[in-house]
Design a protein around this ligand. Sequence first.
Ligand SMILES: O=C(CO)COP(=O)(O)O
Length: 253
Amino acid sequence: MARKFFVGGNWKCNGTTEEVKKIVTTLNEVEVPSEDVVEVVVSPPFVFLTFVNSLLRSDFHVAAQNCWVRKGGAFTGEISAEMLVNLSIPWVIIGHSERRALLNESNEFVGDKVAYALSQGLKVIACIGETLEERESGSTMAVVAAQTKAIAGKVTNWDNVVLAYEPVWAIGTGKVATPVQAQEVHCELRKWLHENVGGDIAASTRIIYGGSVNGANCKELAAQPDVDGFLVGGASLKPEFVDIIKAATVKKN
Ligand SMILES: O=C(CO)COP(=O)(O)O
């Protein structure tokens, strides 16, 4: 089954109303390959979600950067999956390494969040990735397999899941994984899905790469057979995000 190229822009904790308006206006004016070729999702901070959702061109979609692990209630400061659905926000990013590291989100907690968000009808970008220390000690695959297992153990339907491989050492560092490094892990992850979840799911699930992706390095990464798109941080706030979206055309040949 063909995997449609996916480009997500994770704006993280950035932006003022004016800046957000400017980014969306720019995105609304650019020419990019059609929705049949590339799926584009941008993820502003919670407070701008509705604003962006109402202003953004209809062929691009919006994602929240997180949501609560279960049904809403007495959880001060949290945003529930039900609220996102209520606001017509179709996507949510779950398990980003910044949350795993800074807010102590465990593999189990991330797995529960993914399952709950899916159960409410959200589509999920589930993030995994190893630290530099883990890579250097040779445990990259063990780490990402454990992260994926915690998700796979709780997910029955993978149709609405995109797996984002984001090595922590490449995030915000300018130290992008080489195309060979990215392909190696993506290929292993697909193999893991094949062996532990199923052949069809392994073949159809998009595995996207994140970590210092920019306009200059995106094409070579996109050309790798198991790289199905990107989750972009810093460069998603800049005009070069459009070049990254256009990298989708690399796959057509
Ligand atoms: O964390 C990321 C996307 O979720 C990647 O961030 P950068 O593209 O800024 O390295």
